[in-house]
Design a protein. Structure first.
Length: 541
């Protein structure tokens, strides 16, 4: 395979030009919720030991096979057979791939080395030093929005929809893939697409420019459909996926106060975004897609699912819920947990209703941009397939806080919502196509986010369909700004907004993973086996 074709194939997999476990993050679909594990290919639930045994057995027979193929050549000082050399690389990768998700979950992934969260902090500090308007958590929100907007454009086979977010080179590759899909009368569909976690893995800031590489942990079911929405290829079920997106901009670029391309505005002149074919603004002629005035995606590559936490990237979790609530109350004396729980219930019921109606307008104001785009992507997929979710006899049984994270920019308050409902899907004619009408209990962890320093206001807000800034009826732009006063209503700068939703099943509803000893045994054991076999297969000097 030629270099260019190989790179495009690599990019095509990452961006979804293929039809290539877990519960979705949107409302409903609890009937299909499986274990809430966050590992890649090796579950850490009750079957963890069994998975580890399979790894060991496979590696053992692979090792025996390779040793037989090698014969006595390596022992006599001859160079290693190319096939054995390839097997060595595969075995090493198996060990690393098996270990990485578990190590990330146990907080051991930032022990050093390139591509690990934590090592990018100096460069992030350097970016903030030259651009005081840069905030990492705000950047990650917009990175997630960019991710969903690009994915949506690709699934719609619309090259124009992705133009503003990609560098010229990346856009050319994506446009080529879209053209090929159009020629085949097919389009990609990432069913149930949601971001399970994200983290900055690499960062740089120098005279040549600035770069931030974001790792996205994803869950979706990849499909390819024809123009009549008939399935051509199907991954079969929700699977773990991951991608690394590199965002770049010039050393002189600064954070756009008008929202930039995410807000459909030129980051240079602020006019409505209209781009020429060469990526320049039709109004001020500024080059928008070369990174000179805003972040653009310069590279996309597949990656391994790492199980990164969805918590605030710069936040610190309180040692106990009580301590976290006390910190919130000290900063905001008007905050009352009972009143907050009441608002959570209202938001939960409103969003479940909006989900089932496939119209998020009623709940848009109290969803963060990332949550909104995630839900929108899932609803668009269901609508394209002629399906909709139904939840009958929905009843909330308990709402309890389970985690408080205090960050430099945001505070996160996670509550566990225990409820019950009959949860199923119907087609356009109303025929039941998935699930049943039995009422079953379910639990979800909802994370509400608010900017640090915001005080509880005793006046109408987002839940009352009122802009908390100007008091006008809620009418929001794509990025959650009030159309009247331009306030960033859904950013958390005025009130709590839903930023993450994680569905739990019966086995994981206590919030814990499998016994930690078992997890360590499977993950670290796999890494050791891969490493040992790699050493044994290395040519002796």
């Amino acid at each position: 395979m030629s270099g260019t074709r190989g790179r495009f194939a690599f990019l095509a997999v990452a961006l979804g030009f293929t039809a290539g476990a877990w519960a979705r993050t949107g409302a409903g679909n609890h009937a299909v919720a499986s274990s809430n594990n966050s590992g890649g290919g090796f579950p850490l639930g009750g079957g963890g030991s069994f998975a580890g045994l399979i790894v060991l057995v496979v590696l053992f027979f692979a090792f025996r096979y390779v040793m037989r193929r090698m014969g006595n050549g390596a022992a006599s000082g001859q160079s290693m057979d190319p096939r054995a050399r390839g097997a060595q690389a595969v075995l090493s990768a198996l060990g690393a791939a098996a270990a990485a998700p578990g190590l990330a979950r146990m907080g051991l992934s930032d022990l050093g080395g390139a591509g690990r969260p934590g090592t990018a902090l100096p460069a992030i500090g350097a970016i903030r030093a030259v651009d005081p308007g840069f905030e990492l958590e705000t950047f990650l929100q917009r990175a997630e929005m960019t991710f969903f907007l690009v994915k949506r454009g690709i699934q719609k086979n619309s090259a124009a929809a992705v133009r503003a977010f990609l560098t010229d080179g990346l856009y050319a590759a994506v446009a080529q893939g879209i053209s090929q899909s159009q020629a085949k009368h097919t389009h990609a569909l990432l069913e149930g697409l949601n971001v399970r976690g994200l983290a900055i893995e690499e960062a740089s800031c120098d005279a040549q420019g600035q770069k931030l590489t974001v790792h996205f942990d994803l869950v979706y079911r990849a499909k390819t459909l024809d123009d009549a929405n008939r399935t051509v290829n199907d991954e079969g079920k929700d699977q773990a996926h991951a991608e690394r997106w590199t965002f770049s901009r010039a050393a002189t670029a600064r954070t756009a106060q008008n929202g930039g391309v995410i807000a459909s505005k030129c980051p240079a002149c602020g006019a409505e975004l209209r781009l020429s074919l060469d990526g320049t603004c039709a109004h001020c002629k500024a080059s928008v897609t070369n990174g000179s005035v805003d972040w653009v995606v310069s590279e996309v590559a597949p990656a391994s699912f790492m199980g990164y936490s969805a918590d605030s990237s710069l936040g610190t979790a309180a040692p106990t819920v009580a301590a976290g609530i006390a910190t919130l109350t000290a900063a905001d004396p008007a905050f009352a947990l009972e009143a907050f729980q009441s608002r959570v219930k209202s938001a939960f019921l409103a969003l479940q209703d909006a989900w089932c109606k496939q119209n998020l307008d009623a709940g848009r104001a109290f969803m963060s941009p990332g949550a909104y785009f995630s839900w929108s992507a899932q609803l668009e997929t269901m609508a394209a397939e002629g399906r909709r979710n139904v939840m009958e006899n929905l009843a909330v049984q308990r709402i309890e806080p389970v985690r408080v994270v205090h960050g430099r920019v945001f505070d996160d308050l996670t509550v566990r919502i225990s409820a019950a409902a009959a949860d199923f899907e119907v087609d356009q004619s109303g025929k039941l196509v998935f699930g049943d009408r039995s009422v079953r209990p379910f639990s979800e962890d909802w994370t509400f986010q608010r900017s640090v320093g915001v005080a509880t206001a005793n006046k109408p807000g987002t839940l009352e369909n009122t802009c908390p800034s100007c008091g006008a009826p809620i009418a929001l732009t794509q990025i959650g700004e009030c159309r009247y006063c331009k306030a960033a209503v859904s950013s958390g700068k005025f009130d709590w907004v839903v930023s993450r939703i994680e569905q739990l099943d019966a086995e994981s509803s206590d919030g814990g993973l499998a016994p930690i000893g078992e997890a360590i045994a499977v993950q670290v054991g796999s890494a050791l086996v891969g490493g040992v076999l790699s050493s044994l297969l290395s040519p002796r000097r």
